[in-house]
Design a protein around this ligand. Structure first.
Ligand code: SF4
Length: 473
């Protein structure tokens, strides 16, 4: 792009989705090792913004030590006659996309959770100052969103200053989210879709409704509406909700049609309020994961910042791998924290009556939205670190899921005689079954990948490859 001739590296959509591994990074900004980090967009009055001004508070890229992680904040201030504070969330979310356009500059996540890396290669090419990053952002924002008349960018790397602004930013996010609460999905006839994350997960499409906040936790229904109004051809678009086909699961005819179109036929049906059947897809930017724990027939929740393993022995990163990629995976569900404040939260699965575990930090953030009678029945890492401890806790507190354990035990006991009588007929149920999210088969020089495959076989023969070597004569 000629508008970036003075930038030492290439800039373009082809770099979206580029990952920079630790061994290839020059420095890291924010990320899991740094507690306080943020990105924030603010709409200001015309006289408060100096167009094109780029400020750096703290060490610039060239002053940073190779291999280190730094406190980091990006503050974008914009002004324009038609700009409204409602657009702040949407402008802020575009930071993710536009930073990723820069060769060798990776941006992950959102808001208080950002994680950026600069590659060694791009640093060596001369990308050694935030001035360049600021110039790119300024030009991209102004060319893609002409409603922005003036824009200034401030990069903050001074740890103290980041800390101060981080606390301010948290209050601003909360005020923004609170504005969107109260409106019900049934009260509107338009929802919004977002495909901003298709560069990372090509079959992912967020459906943003008043009561199902975007997975990244950065775009409310109001934000999405404002975005679709100013940029109707952009990544956020209007969806006519259509007919409500299932009020409990949250199936709308218009959502099915829109998602099918935007995922090129890959996803044909979406149930908005459940983690089973046809759940909302998950890209990779979700704030948390709701994961089904079969041993207790309940859900655990874990957020991105949780460093320990969860109650089922798996870390967030492992659970996120099973969830991400624009798929619909039963029992692995990407969510935002704000969705946990919605009365529609996992409604079809029982809502909070089905939630059994979550980190203390998440519980604290959503405590006013958990029904009072359930608050003490949901364990955190302090009460349960293993499934056995969780079972004991749930039983002691008489969590509603415990009822289903009894029902299951009765059902199994009743089923036994019938099964014995009809052993012959039941034989097919004993056929070995292999279930896999992706099952690669290599044959004749081709690799065939079966997605979400369930294979029934009369016999399964597992033979070591070594044993198939021709015998010596
Ligand atoms: S998580 Fe969803 S709403 Fe958020 S940027 Fe990605 S696609 Fe858009």
């Amino acid at each position: 792009m000629s508008m970036f001739q003075d930038i030492p590296v290439d800039v373009g959509v082809i770099y979206e989705g580029e990952r920079i591994r630790r061994k290839d990074m020059h420095v890291e900004l924010g990320g899991p090792d740094i507690k306080e980090k943020f990105e924030l967009a603010r709409v200001k009055r015309m006289e408060e913004v100096e167009d094109g001004k780029i400020s750096i508070i703290g060490p610039d890229l060239k002053d940073m030590e190779e291999g280190k992680s730094y406190h980091f904040g990006i503050l974008i201030e914009v002004a324009g006659a038609k700009l409204e504070p409602e657009l702040e969330g949407v402008i802020e979310r575009r930071i993710h996309a536009y930073c990723n356009y820069i060769e060798g500059f990776m941006h992950l996540n959102q808001r208080y959770d950002i994680w950026l890396r600069l590659s060694k290669k791009s640093y060596q090419k001369g990308l050694n100052s935030f001035q360049y990053i600021g110039k790119v952002l300024h030009r991209l924002f102004k060319s893609e969103l002409p409603i922005i008349e003036k824009m200034q960018v401030t990069f903050i790397t001074d740890a103290e200053k980041v800390r101060d602004l981080y606390n301010e930013a948290l209050q601003i996010y909360e005020a923004r989210d609170a504005r969107a609460r109260g409106l019900k999905d049934e009260e509107v006839d338009k929802f919004y879709g977002c495909i901003l994350c298709q560069s990372f997960a090509p079959t992912h499409c967020c459906v943003i409704t008043p009561q199902r906040y975007s997975n990244c936790g950065a775009i409310s229904w109001f934000d999405a509406r404002a975005s679709a109004n100013i940029d109707p051809k952009g990544p956020i678009f209007e969806i006519d909700s259509g007919e409500l086909l299932d009020p409990v699961k949250g199936e709308y005819s218009g959502v099915n049609e829109a998602v099918k179109k935007r995922t090129l036929g890959e996803i044909t049906k979406v149930w908005l309020y459940t983690a089973f059947g046809y759940p909302h897809t998950s890209c990779g930017c979700f704030e948390g994961v709701a994961f089904y724990i079969p041993e207790v027939d309940g859900f655990g929740i874990v957020h991105r910042g949780y460093k320990d393993v969860t109650v089922n022995g798996l870390a967030f990163s492992t659970l996120a791998d099973s969830t991400a990629g624009g798929r619909q995976v039963d029992g692995f569900h990407g969510i935002s924290i704000e969705y946990m404040r919605s009365p529609k939260f996992l409604q079809a699965d029982g809502g909070y009556k089905r939630v059994v575990w979550m980190p203390k930090e998440v519980k604290e953030r959503v405590k006013n939205f958990i029904p009072a009678e359930l608050a003490d029945k949901i364990a955190t890492e302090e009460e349960a670190k293993t499934i056995d401890e969780l079972k004991a806790f749930l039983k002691e507190r008489n969590h509603p899921v415990v009822e289903s354990w009894k029902e299951e035990a009765v059902a199994i006991a009743e089923a036994v005689p019938a099964e014995a009588e009809a052993r012959e007929e039941a034989a097919p149920a004993m056929v070995p079954t292999i279930t896999a999210a992706t099952l690669p088969i290599t044959a004749g020089g081709y690799k065939i990948i079966l997605k979400d495959a369930k294979i029934y076989a009369k016999r399964v023969i597992i033979r070591s490859v070594k044993s198939e070597k021709p015998e010596k004569r």
